[in-house]
Structures are given as C-alpha cells and as structure tokens.
Design a protein around this ligand. Structure first.
Ligand SMILES: Nc1c(NC[C@H](O)[C@H](O)[C@H](O)CO)[nH]c(=O)[nH]c1=O
Ligand SMILES: CC(=O)[C@@H](O)COP(=O)(O)O
Length: 158
C-alpha cells in the first residue's frame, strides 16, 4: 500500500520560500481532540521550524470535521491570511456517516481554496480504526499535521 511506504513527516524543504511574513490559519476539529491536538502541534511546530512567526499563526477550533469547511472559509476570506490548514480525524463508525463527512470536507475545502485563490490544506485523517489514526498523528506513518504545514508552505512557494 502507498501509505506503508510513505511517512507523512518526510519532506524536502529546499524549495521553500521565506515565510516569516506569511500568516497561517489552523482550523482544528474537536472530535477526537487528543489526536487533532497532536496534528495541530505538528503543523504549528513545522511552520515555526521553517520561519513562521508565532503571532502569524491563528488557531481556531470547530465542533467536528464537517465544520472545517466553514471554519476554513471564515479564515480564508481575510486577505491577510495567506494559507489555511484544516485538521480533523474521522474514524469509521457503524454507518456511512464518516463517508458523508469526508466527501463533504474534501469537496468543501477544495472549493474554498479555489474561491479565495489560496492554499486550503486537507489535513483530514480518515481511518477505519483509532490505531490507524494515531499511526498518522506522530506514529509509524508520521504526522499529518506536519504534512499539512509542508503542503501549505509548498503552495505558497508555487
Ligand atoms: N464522527 C466524527 C465526527 N462527527 C461530527 C461531524 O463532524 C459534525 O460535527 C456533526 O455531524 C455536526 O455537523 N466528526 C469528526 O471530526 N470525526 C468523527 O469521527
Ligand atoms: C464517523 C462518525 O460520524 C461517528 O459519528 C460515528 O458514527 P456512526 O457510528 O453513527 O456511523
């Protein structure tokens, strides 16, 4: 499987631009809070590591991943926000509810990015089990929050 070969925290930063004056929005879902907090810390630490200023990272929480789209839009609409990173964890339940959430968020945040012409990053962990989610929040497959921050910086370097 592709995931088995890829660590979400492995990346090449050679092409990154100076992000010291860039302003980042972090939108974090409260569902599965322990895991989403770990994703958010990974994203925050990566942005700081590559030169972002603490005062230029704006974190907001939403109830669940379904609300990430509106949360992203409320940040992306501000011209002083340069990129938005959306972070959530959706773990399959007994019904198809997870499918509806994930598809809505994937489509929704894509449209927000296109509407405001700025990076809106899909940092959604979508797993079958809690263990798989932790594997992608600092576990054996890295941290999806790190991947999200790297994607935001990469797109700003476009
Ligand atoms: N089951 C999960 C949810 N469910 C909540 C929805 O995201 C949403 O907040 C609710 O439907 C009200 O609109 N959210 C997650 O982030 N992760 C889940 O596993
Ligand atoms: C993934 C979810 O949406 C969570 O609420 C589990 O839902 P369900 O077990 O009702 O499918």
């Amino acid at each position: 499987m592709a995931t088995a070969l890829k660590n979400l925290s492995d990346y090449n930063s050679d092409h990154f631009i100076d992000i010291s004056d860039k302003r980042f929005g972090l939108v974090v879902a409260e569902w599965n809070r322990e895991i989403t907090d770990t994703l958010a810390q990974g994203a925050y630490d990566t942005l700081i590591k590559h030169g972002a200023k603490e005062e230029n990272i704006f974190r907001n929480t939403v109830p669940g991943s379904f609300e990430l789209t509106l949360g992203a839009q409320l940040l992306a609409q501000h011209e002083q926000i340069d990129a938005v990173i959306c972070l959530g964890v959706v773990i399959k339940g007994e019904t198809k509810h997870d499918d509806y959430i994930c598809h809505a968020v994937a489509s929704g945040i894509t449209n927000v990015g296109l509407k405001f012409n700025k990076p809106v990053i899909f940092g959604l962990v979508t797993t079958n089990t809690l263990e798989q989610a932790w594997d992608r929040a600092g576990g054996k497959h890295g941290n999806k929050g790190v991947e999200g921050a790297v994607a935001a910086i990469h797109m700003l370097s476009f």
